[in-house]
Design a protein around this ligand. Structure first.
Ligand code: AMP
Length: 488
Protein backbone atom coordinates (compact mmCIF):
# COMPACT_ATOMS: atom_id res chain seq x y z
CA UNK A 1 0.00 0.00 0.00
CA UNK A 2 1.18 3.54 -0.70
CA UNK A 3 0.12 6.85 0.83
CA UNK A 4 -1.74 7.78 -2.36
CA UNK A 5 -4.01 4.75 -1.83
CA UNK A 6 -5.27 6.34 1.36
CA UNK A 7 -7.11 9.19 -0.31
CA UNK A 8 -4.92 11.97 1.02
CA UNK A 9 -4.71 15.43 -0.58
CA UNK A 10 -1.79 16.08 -2.94
CA UNK A 11 -0.44 18.69 -0.50
CA UNK A 12 -0.22 16.07 2.21
CA UNK A 13 1.25 13.44 -0.11
CA UNK A 14 3.93 15.91 -1.07
CA UNK A 15 4.79 16.68 2.56
CA UNK A 16 4.91 12.98 3.42
CA UNK A 17 7.13 12.29 0.45
CA UNK A 18 9.49 15.03 1.52
CA UNK A 19 9.67 13.43 4.94
CA UNK A 20 11.04 10.39 3.16
CA UNK A 21 8.25 8.00 4.09
CA UNK A 22 7.87 5.38 1.39
CA UNK A 23 4.76 3.63 2.68
CA UNK A 24 2.23 4.09 5.46
CA UNK A 25 2.89 2.20 8.66
CA UNK A 26 0.20 -0.29 9.69
CA UNK A 27 -1.40 2.15 12.12
CA UNK A 28 -1.53 4.79 9.40
CA UNK A 29 -3.03 2.38 6.88
CA UNK A 30 -5.61 1.36 9.46
CA UNK A 31 -6.70 4.73 10.82
CA UNK A 32 -6.34 7.26 8.01
CA UNK A 33 -9.26 6.02 5.85
CA UNK A 34 -11.51 5.69 8.92
CA UNK A 35 -10.71 9.19 10.15
CA UNK A 36 -11.19 10.65 6.67
CA UNK A 37 -14.59 8.96 6.63
CA UNK A 38 -15.49 10.78 9.83
CA UNK A 39 -15.55 7.71 12.06
CA UNK A 40 -14.53 7.60 15.71
CA UNK A 41 -11.42 5.50 16.15
CA UNK A 42 -9.97 3.50 19.00
CA UNK A 43 -6.38 2.72 18.11
CA UNK A 44 -3.97 0.49 19.96
CA UNK A 45 -0.59 1.91 19.12
CA UNK A 46 2.39 3.09 20.99
CA UNK A 47 4.93 5.79 20.27
CA UNK A 48 7.20 4.69 17.47
CA UNK A 49 4.54 3.17 15.27
CA UNK A 50 3.90 6.35 13.30
CA UNK A 51 0.73 7.09 15.25
CA UNK A 52 1.16 10.86 15.15
CA UNK A 53 0.88 11.00 11.37
CA UNK A 54 -1.94 8.46 11.65
CA UNK A 55 -4.17 11.11 13.17
CA UNK A 56 -2.50 14.38 12.12
CA UNK A 57 -2.64 13.72 8.37
CA UNK A 58 -6.38 12.98 8.13
CA UNK A 59 -7.23 15.74 10.58
CA UNK A 60 -5.38 18.28 8.46
CA UNK A 61 -7.27 17.03 5.45
CA UNK A 62 -10.65 17.29 7.13
CA UNK A 63 -9.85 20.75 8.46
CA UNK A 64 -8.89 21.85 4.95
CA UNK A 65 -12.03 20.42 3.40
CA UNK A 66 -14.30 21.73 6.14
CA UNK A 67 -16.59 24.45 4.82
CA UNK A 68 -15.91 26.62 7.86
CA UNK A 69 -12.24 26.65 6.97
CA UNK A 70 -10.69 30.01 7.75
CA UNK A 71 -13.94 31.48 9.00
CA UNK A 72 -13.29 31.54 12.72
CA UNK A 73 -10.32 31.91 15.07
CA UNK A 74 -11.48 29.12 17.43
CA UNK A 75 -9.78 25.71 17.09
CA UNK A 76 -11.66 23.04 15.17
CA UNK A 77 -9.45 20.15 16.21
CA UNK A 78 -8.02 19.51 19.66
CA UNK A 79 -5.28 17.04 20.54
CA UNK A 80 -4.88 16.35 24.23
CA UNK A 81 -1.59 14.75 25.18
CA UNK A 82 0.05 13.97 28.51
CA UNK A 83 3.43 15.69 28.35
CA UNK A 84 4.83 18.90 27.03
CA UNK A 85 7.49 17.04 25.03
CA UNK A 86 4.85 15.04 23.27
CA UNK A 87 2.76 18.15 22.68
CA UNK A 88 5.74 19.93 21.16
CA UNK A 89 6.57 16.93 19.02
CA UNK A 90 3.04 16.58 17.68
CA UNK A 91 3.05 20.28 16.89
CA UNK A 92 6.35 19.91 15.03
CA UNK A 93 4.96 17.00 13.05
CA UNK A 94 1.80 18.94 12.25
CA UNK A 95 3.92 21.82 11.04
CA UNK A 96 5.81 19.50 8.72
CA UNK A 97 2.81 17.61 7.38
CA UNK A 98 0.79 20.78 6.94
CA UNK A 99 3.42 22.88 5.24
CA UNK A 100 1.52 23.05 1.93
CA UNK A 101 -1.85 23.74 3.51
CA UNK A 102 -3.31 27.01 4.69
CA UNK A 103 -3.94 26.06 8.28
CA UNK A 104 -2.76 27.36 11.59
CA UNK A 105 -1.74 25.31 14.59
CA UNK A 106 -0.93 26.23 18.16
CA UNK A 107 0.45 24.29 21.08
CA UNK A 108 -0.08 25.18 24.73
CA UNK A 109 1.42 23.65 27.83
CA UNK A 110 2.42 24.78 31.26
CA UNK A 111 5.62 26.11 32.74
CA UNK A 112 5.86 29.30 30.76
CA UNK A 113 3.93 32.52 30.78
CA UNK A 114 0.33 32.11 29.85
CA UNK A 115 -0.06 35.54 28.25
CA UNK A 116 1.72 34.80 24.97
CA UNK A 117 -0.51 31.75 24.65
CA UNK A 118 -3.59 33.86 25.28
CA UNK A 119 -2.46 36.27 22.57
CA UNK A 120 -1.78 33.40 20.23
CA UNK A 121 -5.22 31.87 20.78
CA UNK A 122 -6.82 35.25 20.26
CA UNK A 123 -5.23 35.41 16.82
CA UNK A 124 -6.78 32.03 16.07
CA UNK A 125 -5.75 28.51 15.14
CA UNK A 126 -7.30 25.54 13.39
CA UNK A 127 -5.54 22.79 15.30
CA UNK A 128 -4.72 23.06 18.98
CA UNK A 129 -2.37 20.66 20.76
CA UNK A 130 -2.44 20.90 24.54
CA UNK A 131 -1.65 19.31 27.85
CA UNK A 132 -4.71 19.16 30.10
CA UNK A 133 -3.78 21.54 32.91
CA UNK A 134 -2.86 24.51 30.80
CA UNK A 135 -5.82 23.92 28.53
CA UNK A 136 -8.17 24.13 31.48
CA UNK A 137 -6.37 27.21 32.82
CA UNK A 138 -6.79 28.96 29.50
CA UNK A 139 -10.40 27.96 29.34
CA UNK A 140 -11.07 29.22 32.87
CA UNK A 141 -9.50 32.53 31.97
CA UNK A 142 -11.87 32.84 29.06
CA UNK A 143 -9.01 32.72 26.58
CA UNK A 144 -10.16 29.58 24.85
CA UNK A 145 -13.28 28.81 22.93
CA UNK A 146 -13.69 25.06 22.46
CA UNK A 147 -17.23 25.25 21.13
CA UNK A 148 -16.12 24.74 17.54
CA UNK A 149 -14.03 21.62 18.09
CA UNK A 150 -15.26 19.04 15.61
CA UNK A 151 -12.45 16.55 16.14
CA UNK A 152 -11.00 15.56 19.50
CA UNK A 153 -7.94 13.35 19.94
CA UNK A 154 -6.97 11.76 23.21
CA UNK A 155 -3.37 10.73 22.69
CA UNK A 156 -1.53 8.26 24.92
CA UNK A 157 -4.72 7.70 26.86
CA UNK A 158 -3.19 5.03 29.08
CA UNK A 159 -0.43 7.39 30.10
CA UNK A 160 -2.96 10.11 30.77
CA UNK A 161 -4.72 7.87 33.24
CA UNK A 162 -1.42 6.78 34.81
CA UNK A 163 -0.60 10.41 35.34
CA UNK A 164 -3.87 11.09 37.08
CA UNK A 165 -5.41 13.19 34.32
CA UNK A 166 -8.79 11.47 34.34
CA UNK A 167 -10.58 14.36 36.07
CA UNK A 168 -9.00 16.87 33.74
CA UNK A 169 -10.09 14.78 30.75
CA UNK A 170 -13.64 14.69 32.05
CA UNK A 171 -13.62 18.44 32.45
CA UNK A 172 -12.27 18.96 28.96
CA UNK A 173 -14.91 16.65 27.49
CA UNK A 174 -17.61 18.81 29.08
CA UNK A 175 -16.25 21.85 27.28
CA UNK A 176 -16.53 20.23 23.84
CA UNK A 177 -19.58 20.24 21.59
CA UNK A 178 -21.58 17.01 21.78
CA UNK A 179 -21.38 16.53 18.02
CA UNK A 180 -17.79 15.72 17.15
CA UNK A 181 -15.40 13.06 15.94
CA UNK A 182 -13.34 11.33 18.64
CA UNK A 183 -10.05 9.52 18.30
CA UNK A 184 -8.35 7.70 21.11
CA UNK A 185 -4.84 6.27 21.01
CA UNK A 186 -3.54 4.02 23.73
CA UNK A 187 -0.62 1.63 23.91
CA UNK A 188 -2.41 -0.60 26.40
CA UNK A 189 -6.02 -1.47 27.13
CA UNK A 190 -6.83 -1.70 30.80
CA UNK A 191 -10.33 -1.79 32.22
CA UNK A 192 -10.06 1.94 32.88
CA UNK A 193 -9.11 2.60 29.29
CA UNK A 194 -12.04 0.57 28.02
CA UNK A 195 -14.37 2.44 30.35
CA UNK A 196 -13.03 5.76 29.13
CA UNK A 197 -13.37 4.66 25.51
CA UNK A 198 -16.98 3.67 26.10
CA UNK A 199 -17.64 6.99 27.67
CA UNK A 200 -16.83 9.16 24.73
CA UNK A 201 -16.29 7.11 21.58
CA UNK A 202 -19.31 6.42 19.38
CA UNK A 203 -19.29 3.22 17.39
CA UNK A 204 -15.51 3.39 17.00
CA UNK A 205 -13.47 1.64 14.37
CA UNK A 206 -10.98 -0.49 16.27
CA UNK A 207 -7.48 -0.46 14.91
CA UNK A 208 -5.10 -2.72 16.74
CA UNK A 209 -2.18 -2.90 14.39
CA UNK A 210 0.42 -4.43 16.56
CA UNK A 211 0.16 -6.81 19.36
CA UNK A 212 1.56 -5.08 22.35
CA UNK A 213 4.69 -7.13 22.19
CA UNK A 214 5.48 -6.87 18.53
CA UNK A 215 7.91 -4.01 19.04
CA UNK A 216 9.66 -6.19 21.53
CA UNK A 217 10.16 -8.78 18.81
CA UNK A 218 12.40 -6.48 16.85
CA UNK A 219 14.59 -5.60 19.80
CA UNK A 220 17.47 -7.72 20.96
CA UNK A 221 16.79 -8.11 24.63
CA UNK A 222 19.19 -9.30 27.25
CA UNK A 223 19.58 -9.04 30.96
CA UNK A 224 22.37 -9.12 33.45
CA UNK A 225 21.69 -10.36 36.95
CA UNK A 226 23.78 -8.07 39.05
CA UNK A 227 23.70 -6.69 42.59
CA UNK A 228 22.31 -3.21 42.89
CA UNK A 229 25.58 -1.73 44.08
CA UNK A 230 27.43 -3.07 41.02
CA UNK A 231 25.02 -1.75 38.45
CA UNK A 232 26.67 1.55 37.80
CA UNK A 233 30.07 -0.07 37.31
CA UNK A 234 28.67 -2.64 34.91
CA UNK A 235 26.80 0.03 32.98
CA UNK A 236 29.92 2.16 32.62
CA UNK A 237 31.77 -0.93 31.45
CA UNK A 238 29.12 -1.80 28.86
CA UNK A 239 29.13 1.76 27.52
CA UNK A 240 32.91 1.95 27.39
CA UNK A 241 33.64 -1.53 26.11
CA UNK A 242 30.84 -1.48 23.56
CA UNK A 243 31.85 2.04 22.55
CA UNK A 244 28.18 3.02 22.81
CA UNK A 245 27.60 6.49 21.47
CA UNK A 246 24.00 6.94 22.50
CA UNK A 247 22.20 5.13 25.26
CA UNK A 248 18.91 5.93 26.94
CA UNK A 249 18.99 4.71 30.53
CA UNK A 250 15.85 4.32 32.60
CA UNK A 251 15.73 4.78 36.34
CA UNK A 252 12.68 4.66 38.55
CA UNK A 253 13.07 7.97 40.30
CA UNK A 254 14.11 11.48 39.44
CA UNK A 255 16.62 11.42 42.26
CA UNK A 256 18.00 8.14 40.93
CA UNK A 257 18.30 9.65 37.44
CA UNK A 258 20.23 12.63 38.77
CA UNK A 259 22.50 10.42 40.80
CA UNK A 260 23.28 8.00 38.01
CA UNK A 261 23.98 10.79 35.52
CA UNK A 262 26.41 12.23 38.03
CA UNK A 263 28.03 8.87 38.64
CA UNK A 264 28.47 8.13 34.95
CA UNK A 265 29.85 11.59 34.35
CA UNK A 266 32.43 11.01 37.03
CA UNK A 267 33.42 7.82 35.21
CA UNK A 268 34.14 9.89 32.11
CA UNK A 269 30.86 9.27 30.30
CA UNK A 270 29.06 12.39 29.18
CA UNK A 271 25.64 12.15 30.75
CA UNK A 272 22.52 14.13 31.44
CA UNK A 273 19.32 13.46 33.32
CA UNK A 274 15.85 14.25 32.08
CA UNK A 275 12.79 14.16 34.29
CA UNK A 276 9.82 16.12 35.45
CA UNK A 277 11.69 18.24 37.98
CA UNK A 278 13.96 19.71 35.36
CA UNK A 279 13.34 23.10 33.96
CA UNK A 280 12.10 23.08 30.42
CA UNK A 281 15.36 24.68 29.32
CA UNK A 282 17.39 21.90 30.95
CA UNK A 283 15.23 19.24 29.32
CA UNK A 284 15.49 20.77 25.89
CA UNK A 285 19.25 21.13 26.28
CA UNK A 286 19.70 17.56 27.52
CA UNK A 287 17.68 16.19 24.63
CA UNK A 288 19.47 18.33 22.05
CA UNK A 289 22.87 17.29 23.45
CA UNK A 290 21.80 13.66 23.36
CA UNK A 291 20.50 13.83 19.81
CA UNK A 292 23.70 15.47 18.63
CA UNK A 293 25.79 12.85 20.48
CA UNK A 294 27.37 15.42 22.80
CA UNK A 295 25.75 13.45 25.59
CA UNK A 296 26.30 9.70 25.48
CA UNK A 297 23.99 8.59 28.26
CA UNK A 298 20.62 10.21 28.78
CA UNK A 299 19.26 9.04 32.10
CA UNK A 300 15.51 9.34 32.16
CA UNK A 301 12.50 8.52 34.22
CA UNK A 302 9.64 6.72 32.57
CA UNK A 303 7.36 9.66 32.13
CA UNK A 304 10.05 12.03 30.89
CA UNK A 305 11.04 9.55 28.22
CA UNK A 306 7.55 9.14 26.89
CA UNK A 307 7.15 10.64 23.50
CA UNK A 308 10.79 11.55 23.02
CA UNK A 309 11.30 11.03 19.34
CA UNK A 310 14.89 9.97 18.96
CA UNK A 311 15.42 8.18 15.71
CA UNK A 312 17.01 4.77 15.65
CA UNK A 313 18.24 4.82 19.18
CA UNK A 314 20.73 1.95 19.35
CA UNK A 315 20.74 1.18 23.07
CA UNK A 316 18.24 1.27 25.86
CA UNK A 317 19.17 0.21 29.37
CA UNK A 318 16.75 -0.61 32.13
CA UNK A 319 18.93 0.38 35.02
CA UNK A 320 15.99 -0.50 37.18
CA UNK A 321 13.04 -2.50 35.98
CA UNK A 322 9.73 -0.68 35.79
CA UNK A 323 6.98 -1.50 38.26
CA UNK A 324 4.44 -1.83 35.48
CA UNK A 325 5.38 -4.58 33.00
CA UNK A 326 3.87 -2.69 30.05
CA UNK A 327 6.37 0.07 30.69
CA UNK A 328 9.14 -2.38 29.87
CA UNK A 329 7.68 -2.77 26.39
CA UNK A 330 7.40 1.00 26.03
CA UNK A 331 10.96 1.48 27.13
CA UNK A 332 12.56 -1.06 24.87
CA UNK A 333 10.36 0.15 22.02
CA UNK A 334 12.53 3.26 22.06
CA UNK A 335 15.16 1.31 20.17
CA UNK A 336 12.87 0.02 17.45
CA UNK A 337 11.11 3.06 16.14
CA UNK A 338 9.43 2.87 12.75
CA UNK A 339 11.13 -0.27 11.67
CA UNK A 340 14.63 0.21 13.05
CA UNK A 341 16.00 -2.36 15.44
CA UNK A 342 18.07 -2.01 18.54
CA UNK A 343 19.32 -3.58 21.72
CA UNK A 344 17.76 -3.38 25.13
CA UNK A 345 19.69 -4.39 28.20
CA UNK A 346 18.26 -4.79 31.68
CA UNK A 347 20.29 -4.77 34.85
CA UNK A 348 18.34 -6.86 37.31
CA UNK A 349 19.16 -7.02 40.99
CA UNK A 350 17.78 -9.77 43.22
CA UNK A 351 15.01 -7.59 44.63
CA UNK A 352 13.73 -7.05 41.10
CA UNK A 353 13.12 -10.72 40.32
CA UNK A 354 9.34 -10.42 40.88
CA UNK A 355 9.21 -7.49 38.44
CA UNK A 356 11.18 -9.53 35.93
CA UNK A 357 8.73 -12.41 36.26
CA UNK A 358 5.83 -10.05 35.53
CA UNK A 359 7.59 -8.73 32.44
CA UNK A 360 8.39 -12.21 31.16
CA UNK A 361 4.79 -13.21 31.71
CA UNK A 362 3.67 -10.27 29.56
CA UNK A 363 6.22 -11.08 26.87
CA UNK A 364 5.25 -14.73 27.10
CA UNK A 365 8.89 -15.72 27.03
CA UNK A 366 12.00 -15.37 29.15
CA UNK A 367 14.56 -12.67 28.47
CA UNK A 368 17.94 -14.15 27.79
CA UNK A 369 20.36 -13.83 30.68
CA UNK A 370 23.86 -12.79 29.68
CA UNK A 371 26.85 -13.76 31.79
CA UNK A 372 28.17 -10.75 33.66
CA UNK A 373 31.56 -9.84 32.24
CA UNK A 374 34.52 -8.85 34.37
CA UNK A 375 34.11 -5.15 34.88
CA UNK A 376 36.27 -2.60 36.64
CA UNK A 377 35.13 -0.86 39.78
CA UNK A 378 35.30 2.76 38.74
CA UNK A 379 35.74 5.61 41.06
CA UNK A 380 32.17 6.80 40.96
CA UNK A 381 30.48 8.46 43.88
CA UNK A 382 28.66 5.87 45.93
CA UNK A 383 25.15 6.08 47.25
CA UNK A 384 24.82 9.55 48.70
CA UNK A 385 22.87 10.60 51.73
CA UNK A 386 19.15 10.11 51.64
CA UNK A 387 18.36 13.78 51.74
CA UNK A 388 15.88 15.49 49.49
CA UNK A 389 16.37 15.10 45.75
CA UNK A 390 19.00 17.40 44.41
CA UNK A 391 19.09 19.11 41.09
CA UNK A 392 21.22 17.54 38.51
CA UNK A 393 24.93 18.06 38.42
CA UNK A 394 24.93 19.68 35.03
CA UNK A 395 22.77 22.44 36.39
CA UNK A 396 24.76 22.73 39.57
CA UNK A 397 28.22 22.52 38.17
CA UNK A 398 29.30 19.38 40.00
CA UNK A 399 30.98 16.50 38.23
CA UNK A 400 34.52 15.57 37.47
CA UNK A 401 35.44 18.47 35.34
CA UNK A 402 35.20 16.70 32.05
CA UNK A 403 32.19 18.66 30.98
CA UNK A 404 34.45 21.05 29.22
CA UNK A 405 35.39 18.10 27.11
CA UNK A 406 31.88 17.26 26.00
CA UNK A 407 32.05 15.61 22.69
CA UNK A 408 35.63 14.59 23.39
CA UNK A 409 36.85 11.18 24.40
CA UNK A 410 34.65 9.63 27.01
CA UNK A 411 36.76 6.75 28.13
CA UNK A 412 37.97 7.21 31.67
CA UNK A 413 41.54 8.28 31.96
CA UNK A 414 43.87 6.03 33.81
CA UNK A 415 43.93 7.02 37.43
CA UNK A 416 41.06 9.40 36.95
CA UNK A 417 37.92 7.35 36.89
CA UNK A 418 39.14 3.81 36.73
CA UNK A 419 40.62 1.62 39.39
CA UNK A 420 42.61 -1.32 38.25
CA UNK A 421 40.78 -3.82 40.34
CA UNK A 422 38.54 -6.27 38.50
CA UNK A 423 35.46 -8.02 39.62
CA UNK A 424 35.27 -11.75 39.05
CA UNK A 425 33.59 -12.38 35.76
CA UNK A 426 30.61 -14.38 36.88
CA UNK A 427 30.33 -13.00 40.35
CA UNK A 428 26.88 -11.64 39.88
CA UNK A 429 25.35 -14.52 38.07
CA UNK A 430 24.11 -16.05 41.24
CA UNK A 431 21.94 -12.97 41.73
CA UNK A 432 23.53 -12.07 45.03
CA UNK A 433 26.65 -10.11 45.76
CA UNK A 434 29.66 -12.36 45.93
CA UNK A 435 32.40 -11.75 48.36
CA UNK A 436 34.83 -10.43 45.83
CA UNK A 437 32.37 -7.91 44.61
CA UNK A 438 31.15 -6.80 47.92
CA UNK A 439 34.63 -6.28 49.19
CA UNK A 440 35.64 -4.38 46.12
CA UNK A 441 32.70 -2.14 46.55
CA UNK A 442 33.44 -1.57 50.21
CA UNK A 443 36.96 -0.62 49.48
CA UNK A 444 35.72 2.04 47.18
CA UNK A 445 33.53 3.70 49.65
CA UNK A 446 30.21 1.94 49.42
CA UNK A 447 28.39 1.39 52.61
CA UNK A 448 25.90 -1.40 52.74
CA UNK A 449 25.08 -1.01 56.37
CA UNK A 450 22.99 -3.85 57.66
CA UNK A 451 20.94 -4.05 54.50
CA UNK A 452 20.55 -7.63 53.36
CA UNK A 453 22.18 -8.49 50.06
CA UNK A 454 20.06 -7.35 47.19
CA UNK A 455 17.55 -5.47 49.29
CA UNK A 456 16.22 -2.20 47.91
CA UNK A 457 18.29 0.73 48.82
CA UNK A 458 16.29 3.57 50.11
CA UNK A 459 14.28 3.96 46.93
CA UNK A 460 11.51 1.51 47.54
CA UNK A 461 9.32 4.00 49.32
CA UNK A 462 9.80 6.55 46.59
CA UNK A 463 8.99 4.29 43.70
CA UNK A 464 5.66 5.71 42.91
CA UNK A 465 5.69 8.88 44.91
CA UNK A 466 8.54 10.65 43.21
CA UNK A 467 7.79 10.13 39.57
CA UNK A 468 4.06 9.76 39.66
CA UNK A 469 3.57 12.91 41.61
CA UNK A 470 5.98 14.80 39.46
CA UNK A 471 4.45 13.34 36.38
CA UNK A 472 1.09 14.61 37.33
CA UNK A 473 2.26 18.15 37.17
CA UNK A 474 4.71 17.65 34.39
CA UNK A 475 2.38 18.70 31.68
CA UNK A 476 1.54 21.80 33.64
CA UNK A 477 4.94 22.89 34.70
CA UNK A 478 7.25 23.19 31.82
CA UNK A 479 7.21 24.15 28.24
CA UNK A 480 6.22 26.96 26.08
CA UNK A 481 4.05 27.96 23.27
CA UNK A 482 4.81 27.07 19.74
CA UNK A 483 2.99 27.94 16.67
CA UNK A 484 2.50 25.77 13.69
CA UNK A 485 2.48 26.48 10.03
CA UNK A 486 1.85 30.15 10.48
CA UNK A 487 2.21 32.08 13.62
CA UNK A 488 -1.24 32.99 14.70
P1 AMP B 1 5.36 8.34 16.18
O1 AMP B 1 4.91 6.94 16.51
O2 AMP B 1 4.28 9.17 15.64
O3 AMP B 1 6.08 8.97 17.34
O4 AMP B 1 6.42 8.23 14.98
C1 AMP B 1 7.66 7.62 15.16
C2 AMP B 1 8.64 7.98 14.07
O5 AMP B 1 8.26 7.36 12.85
C3 AMP B 1 8.75 9.46 13.78
O6 AMP B 1 10.11 9.78 13.70
C4 AMP B 1 8.10 9.63 12.43
O7 AMP B 1 8.70 10.67 11.70
C5 AMP B 1 8.35 8.29 11.77
N1 AMP B 1 7.33 7.91 10.79
C6 AMP B 1 6.00 8.16 10.82
N2 AMP B 1 5.38 7.62 9.75
C7 AMP B 1 6.33 7.00 9.02
C8 AMP B 1 6.31 6.25 7.80
N3 AMP B 1 5.17 6.03 7.13
N4 AMP B 1 7.47 5.76 7.34
C9 AMP B 1 8.62 5.96 8.02
N5 AMP B 1 8.72 6.65 9.18
C10 AMP B 1 7.57 7.17 9.68
Amino acid sequence: MSFSDLGLLPELLRAVQEKGYSAPTPIQAGTIPAILAGRDVLAGAQTGTGKTAAFVLPILQRLTQDAAHGAHPAPRALVLTPTRELAAQIADNATGYGRYLKLRSAVVFGGVGINPQIDQLRRGCDLLIATPGRLLDLSEQGALNLSRVSCFVLDEADRMLDMGFIHAIRRVLKLLPAQRQNLMFSATYSEDIRALAQRFLHDPVNVEVTSRNSTAERVTQSLYRVPKESKRHLLAHLINEGNWQQVLVFTRTKHGANRLAKQLESAGINSAAIHGNKSQAARVRALADFKSLRVTALVATEVAARGLDIKELPHVVNYELPNVPEDYVHRIGRTARAGASGAAVSLVSPDEEPLLRDIERLLKRPIETTAVPAFPILNMPAEPDRGPPREMHRDRGAGNGNRGGRGGPRRPQQGQGQRQERVPGNAARTAAPQDGQRHSAHRHGESHGSRPAGAPRGEGGRRFGGERRGARTQGERGGGANSGWRRA
